[in-house]
Ligand binder design. Structure first.
Ligand SMILES: Cc1cc2nc3c(=O)[nH]c(=O)nc-3n(C[C@H](O)[C@H](O)[C@H](O)COP(=O)(O)OP(=O)(O)OC[C@H]3O[C@@H](n4cnc5c(N)ncnc54)[C@H](O)[C@@H]3O)c2cc1C
Length: 399
């Protein structure tokens, strides 16, 4: 049986959440083993947005210096009407934003984010990293957890953290709420060199072009050299109950309502691959014995607040602060700690899940709802996004 270190904590999944948890626990002096199902650790080749709430978490992980040369700091988050081509509203991320939230909003290539955390994990003697280790089952045995992988290998540890994503088998065992729900939203992505961008008027911002059941997100990555493009549609075919939906022809069909400029920009996304989105209801029971969940395994969210990975990173820091360092004479009560972590994280992550759903509705409306939205949004002060305080002000974590 592998994992003979009797104090070792196992983490299933080496995505952004799992590796952040490994690093945060190692920084507390805990010994951790990450079991990743894929043949290698990695992330997809596209961008990700990081709210100001997550920056201090990355500072605590000690990875800011490594990732900042690649990060881009947009000057504003701009909502554009994809039908009229006009700006609806913006949040300036300048002085007022920085003064209020203390930390910046930034965007980064997923591989630069994940790679920096992975590299920091590799530097820690407390962390063991294994690939091709899909966790298949676990058994709570009082103070121990027995873990079986898909290849038949077995591990014995003091605790298990399931950071195994949207389709988490650990969640299936703990929560048992079935597979995630298909919602008919389909995503196309593409990264192109900035000099290929025909209209260069928004290069310094994070822009979302919105229309009925569609939107296109654009921002620069890798020191500003490439443009990340994410086109999303809410499939009419899915709503009609058709089995085949969200193909490139439907992408073009839904985007045909947009201005020529927006339609033209669809050329920046690849049609070779798409991502069909899923959602889940919030739950508050993601802990069982000495096993708990983290990130998308615990509280997957649609991407419309750009906070899924941010929540996973916050989870990691909260969890590690509660676990704390090992003590010589007192065994760690993981069940009590995991329940306290779950309680502390539930309301915030559930609010992200439900608010993201709402924002997905808000940006996709048409007709009178679109007119009302644009009218109200136009009255906003770009230096006032205080409705985001609950999210962007971040969280307090002990030492
Ligand atoms: C289109 C889109 C845009 C997004 N944009 C943003 C954004 O701008 N900002 C943001 O914060 N979030 C964003 N998100 C959300 C973000 O991508 C996720 O919330 C985040 O990646 C979740 O990280 P995770 O580590 O919990 O899960 P994952 O990234 O899914 O990682 C899970 C890991 O577990 C492994 N695994 C799976 N099963 C097993 C097993 N049985 N045993 C061992 N390992 C296993 C997987 O291989 C994977 O490495 C976006 C999501 C989408 C779809």
């Amino acid at each position: 049986m592998a994992g003979k270190d009797k104090h070792e904590i196992l983490i299933a999944g080496g995505g952004i959440g799992g590796l952040s948890a490994a690093l945060a626990l190692a920084l507390k002096g805990r010994r951790v083993r990450v079991l990743e199902k894929a043949g290698e650790f990695g992330e997809i080749g596209y961008g990700i947005q990081m709210g100001p709430n997550v920056y201090p978490m990355l500072e605590r992980l000690g990875v800011v210096d490594a990732m900042m040369p690649q990060a881009v700091f947009p000057d504003a988050l701009i909502l554009m009407d994809a039908i009229s081509g006009k700006e609806i509203t913006r949040i300036s991320t300048g002085a007022a934003f920085r003064a209020r939230y203390k930390y910046p909003y930034f965007v980064i290539h997923r591989r630069d984010l994940h790679g920096s955390i992975l590299e920091a994990c590799r530097q820690r003697k407390e962390i063991a990293l294994e690939t091709s280790k899909g966790v298949a089952a676990f058994e709570n045995r009082g103070e121990r957890v027995a873990v079986t992988c898909e290849d038949g290998s077995q591990y014995d540890a003091s605790a298990l953290i399931g950071a195994d994503g949207l389709w988490s088998p650990l969640r299936a065992a703990i929560v048992g709420d079935g597979p995630p729900r298909l919602i008919g939203h389909v995503v196309y992505r593409g990264v192109v060199p900035v000099d290929q961008i025909i209209d260069q008027s928004h290069l310094d911002s994070m822009v979302i072009w919105i229309g009925r059941n569609m939107h296109l997100v654009q921002y620069r990555l890798r020191g500003g050299t490439v443009m990340n493009n994410v086109a999303t549609i809410v499939s009419d075919r899915f709503r009609r109950g058709e089995k085949e939906f969200g193909g490139p022809d439907e992408l073009d069909g839904i985007f045909s309502q947009a201005t020529p400029r927006v339609r033209e920009m669809l050329r920046y996304v690849s049609r070779d691959r798409n991502w069909v989105l899923h959602d889940r209801e919030p739950v508050s029971n993601w802990t069982q014995g000495n096993v708990t969940l983290l990130g998308d395994a615990a509280h997957p969210t649609v991407q419309y607040l750009a906070q899924g990975a941010c929540m996973a990173i916050e989870d990691a820091l909260v969890l590690a602060a509660k676990v704390g360092p090992e003590t010589k004479d007192l065994a760690t009560d993981f069940n009590r700690i995991f329940l306290a972590y779950q309680e502390e994280r539930f309301f915030r992550t559930a609010r992200v899940q439900l608010s993201a759903r709402f924002f997905g509705e808000y940006i996709h409306v048409s007709g009178g709802a679109r007119e009302l939205r644009n009218h109200l949004a136009a009255q906003r002060d770009p230096d006032n996004c205080w409705e985001a305080d609950w999210l962007y002000r971040g969280i307090e974590i002990g030492p």
